[in-house]
Design a protein around this ligand. Structure first.
Ligand code: HEM
Length: 149
């Protein structure tokens, strides 16, 4: 019996990720980071990753290869604010998924540590698309060069 089986298999991870992306879709900082307008494919990737991580089928690895999550997140501006938003939506998702207290604590401990590990910047602006009025490094550099001209 893996953790994946214990919590109810694929349906449980689908539910978790579905609630998570329902919240992400409403988040003015996180939503613009997603390269695709449709969050469906991103939801599918996260579901398959989590299922594999917790001992379920290895479909994620077969289709996406080695997770290398830190590297795959480098194009996105993940500062403490983004991390806390991500975790807040996961908190909602974990609560709505209704696991046993032990499973919930185990899953939450992992998600929290993983989210802290994904932070890749403490700069106010920088990586990825503009979000919530935060300029990209390119936009900022352009603004500064016109100001200095
Ligand atoms: C801390 C804040 C985080 C932010 C803002 C964030 C944001 C993103 C974005 C914008 C993508 C690209 C969407 C896509 O095309 O799939 C992505 C992909 C992904 N994220 Fe995160 N993420 C965060 C943390 C995490 C954590 C903690 C995990 C794992 C526990 C995770 C797992 C994944 C996975 C599996 C993918 C798809 C990777 C692939 O196969 O391409 N993310 N994330």
């Amino acid at each position: 019996m893996t953790f994946y089986d214990e919590v109810g298999g694929h349906a449980t991870f689908e539910k978790l990720v579905q609630v998570f992306y329902r919240e992400v879709a409403l988040d003015p900082v996180l939503k613009p980071m997603y390269p695709e307008e449709d969050l469906g494919p991103a939801a599918e990737r996260l579901t398959l990753f989590l299922a594999q991580y917790w001992g379920g089928p290895t479909t994620y690895g077969e289709t996406r290869g080695h997770p290398r999550l830190r590297m795959r997140h480098m194009p996105f501006h993940i500062d403490p604010d983004a991390r806390d938003r991500w975790l807040a939506h996961m908190r909602t998702a974990v609560t709505e998924t209704k696991l046993s207290p032990l499973h919930e604590a185990t899953l939450w401990d992992y998600l929290e540590r993983a989210a802290y590990a994904m932070v890749n910047t403490f700069e106010p602006s920088g990586i990825g698309p503009e979000a919530s009025g935060r300029p990209t490094l390119e936009t900022r550099a352009r603004q500064e060069s016109t100001e200095n001209a």
